[in-house]
Ligand binder design. Structure first.
Ligand code: PEP
Length: 253
């Protein structure tokens, strides 16, 4: 049975002091949360302080990206070993900003997921269509392409505790969320694709988050849907009160 999973992607936001204040408020506000998995992904520079603050807490630590090699001459990159040092249990892979601004390819994403599995860091694979794709009726084709290529070579044995975040690019940071019906159509499609690529057990156990302008005001409309297992939240995860409301909504759903 899938439990709800709320993840906060802080992107390139928060100083060390802001990280501390935000995490202290989240720790306090989540003391009664029991069923929902909660994860935050601060910038790399603040993983150390976050790791210290979140020690022995129910809030999991995640990273926003990582390189696939363990070490070496890869200036500016961070390795899975380093994330393990910070007790990161999750890593976001293939976020649309990485695909768009840093030209990350599906092959690179595939190597990153391989590295995450190798080091037992749970990957969250982000997929989603551009506005142009959607207007041309290519949404499901694009999502399928990203999933088939991002997960090429993987078998059912790899896919325990896997999370997909469906994030339509046009909804990220724009204040224009998809409708729950749009999201459900894609989530159901992803589940049927997983049944075909892997098996029905993997399809049923994979958590599929929706991401794209999720707020405290619209979370209820998404989280009540059977195929929406949580949310990957950007902007609204940067304020304790809005992120806590989103977590509460998931807990009560
Ligand atoms: C994201 O960064 O993954 C995201 C969904 O951002 P926002 O919630 O701000 O749209």
């Amino acid at each position: 049975m899938r439990n709800k999973f709320i993840a906060g992607n802080w992107k390139m936001n928060t100083t060390r002091a802001e990280t501390t204040a935000l995490l202290q408020a989240l720790l306090q506000g989540t003391s009664a949360i029991e069923k929902t998995t909660i994860m935050v992904a601060p910038p790399f520079a603040n993983l150390q302080i976050a790791s210290e603050l979140l020690q022995n807490s129910k809030i999991k630590l995640g990273a926003q990206n990582m390189y696939w090699e363990d070490k070496g001459a890869f200036t500016g990159e961070i390795s899975p070993l380093m994330l393990k040092d910070f007790n990161c249990s999750y890593v976001i892979i293939g976020h649309s900003e990485r695909r768009q601004y840093f030209r990350e390819s599906n092959q690179e994403i595939n190597r990153k997921i391989q590295a995450a599995f190798r080091h037992r860091i749970y990957p969250i694979l982000c997929v989603g269509e551009s506005l142009e794709n959607r207007e041309r009726g290519q949404t499901l084709g694009v999502v399928e392409y990203q999933i088939r290529n991002g997960l090429a070579g993987f078998t059912s044995e790899h896919m325990n505790d896997f999370t997909i975040a469906y994030e339509p690019v046009w909804a990220i940071g724009t204040g224009r969320a998809a409708t729950p019906a749009d999201a459900v159509e894609v989530h159901s499609y992803i589940r049927s694709l997983f049944a075909e690529m892997f098996d029905s057990t993997i399809a049923e156990s994979t958590r599929i988050q929706y991401g794209g302008s999720v707020t405290a005001d619209n979370i209820d409309s998404f989280i009540c849907e059977e195929h929406i297992d949580g949310a990957l939240v950007g902007g609204a995860s940067l304020k304790a009160d809005s992120f806590l409301k989103i977590i509460q909504a998931a807990e009560q759903s």
